[in-house]
Design a protein around this ligand. Structure first.
Ligand SMILES: NC(=O)C1=CN([C@@H]2O[C@H](COP(=O)(O)OP(=O)(O)OC[C@H]3O[C@@H](n4cnc5c(N)ncnc54)[C@H](OP(=O)(O)O)[C@@H]3O)[C@@H](O)[C@H]2O)C=CC1
Ligand SMILES: CC(C)(CO)C(=O)C(=O)O
Length: 320
């Protein structure tokens, strides 16, 4: 299986790098500045599960069309690991690599990228994908994996295709790689909603309070706030036909209300470093779905207002 990974940032760099480390045929699709870093230093992973310094194949977006035309064997899988606000440029960038039998697998947070990918490449080419990890690209391009168990879940979105050769092939490749767990799911949409409901509550809470779960829990009213926020997300999942199973909901609730937890969403890390945030695709989307279903979500409403204000202040910093 030949894999093209768009983005060598926190997630693409980690999961793509671990696959490359295991000898899988991985090429990174990157922009020129990242290509120069990879030429100079290789792909560096700094992780409690083991560091890695890997010479990886890479191609720039400008050079991809020529490479795709010249290659004897097309890419079998394109893994998309950009931020949601870069989706349009990423879709244009990968298009030359997507042939008749190429699968496209996003590992972005949220759900709104699926209709975009389906419209561009055809739903039958688009696999479901998601990941759990805490990882950032450091100042020198190194991928820093912060303590947290990394995992990737993928699967066909149309259950009639479950067990497809492409998902089985990816499962086999992941099984041979160290540094993350992988699950081939036969209920991918449910897995996606389980993550989306957890992540939205986590991102809304930690961004609104600018604090980790443990810091919020130790306040007067913190656990009540976190519980209410999570309940709002669970109600939306139910309204969307993807009620979160009780054991998964209880697991998420435990993580969201654990005393002393240092967990934050990657959105808070982005916000605190002054970057753009995937607010519309996570908190905004969950809130919009709630309003469409007639569900009152006052905590999500507050988080959504907060994140919009952050974004407008970031765009026009001269105005308070
Ligand atoms: N980081 C984390 O801990 C987690 C992140 N996620 C989700 O994973 C997704 C990716 O996040 P993350 O990996 O952190 O993001 P990063 O910003 O670390 O990496 C994204 C990479 O995509 C590249 N990119 C964007 N557009 C293009 C383009 N048109 N052509 C080529 N390269 C492009 C960027 O390149 P450049 O460097 O040139 O800008 C960047 O290196 C997000 O949806 C996020 O929410 C999910 C779980 C955990
Ligand atoms: C669920 C979590 C916290 C870890 O993968 C995440 O997706 C994020 O931080 O964006």
């Amino acid at each position: 299986m030949r894999i093209l990974v768009l983005g060598a940032g926190g997630t693409g760099g980690y999961f793509g790098g671990r696959l490359a480390q295991a000898g899988v045929d991985v090429t990174f699709l990157v922009r020129p500045a990242r290509a120069a870093q990879l030429d100079r230093d290789g792909l560096q992973i700094r992780s409690p599960l083991g560091d890695a310094d890997i010479r990886v194949a890479h191609v720039t977006t400008d050079a991809l069309p020529a490479l795709a035309q010249a290659q004897a064997q097309p890419f079998d899988l394109v893994m998309l690991s950009c931020k949601a606000y870069d989706l349009d440029s990423a879709v244009d960038a990968i298009a030359p690599a997507v042939g008749t039998d190429t699968a496209v697998m996003p590992i972005l947070n949220g759900l709104l990228h699926y209709p975009v990918l389906d419209a561009r490449f055809g739903a039958e080419r688009v696999l479901g994908g998601l990941c759990f990890i805490s990882a950032v690209k450091g100042a020198d391009g190194e991928i820093v994996h912060l303590p947290s168990p990394p995992s990737m879940t993928f699967g066909e979105r149309d259950a009639a295709r479950n067990g497809s050769p492409r998902t089985r092939a990816l499962e086999d490749l992941c099984a041979g790689a160290d540094g993350f767990d992988a699950t081939r799911s036969e209920q991918f949409l449910q897995a996606a909603w389980t993550k989306f409901s957890f992540l939205t509550a986590l991102a809304a809470a930690t961004c609104l309070m600018r604090a980790s779960i443990g810091r919020i829990v130790e306040t007067d009213g913190g656990t009540v706030f976190l519980t209410a926020l999570h309940d709002e997300c669970l109600a939306v999942a139910t309204a969307e036909g993807h009620a979160i199973p009780p054991d998964a909901a209880a697991h998420a609730r435990g993580l969201l209300t654990r005393a002393g937890s240092t967990v934050t969403a990657s959105m808070l890390r982005d916000l605190e470093s002054g970057q753009d945030v995937e607010a519309a695709q996570i908190v905004g989307d969950m809130r919009a779905r709630a309003h469409a279903a007639g569900i009152a979500v006052p905590h999500l409403d507050a988080a959504w207002v907060h994140l919009q204000a952050y974004r407008t202040r970031r765009e026009t910093p001269q105005t308070p």
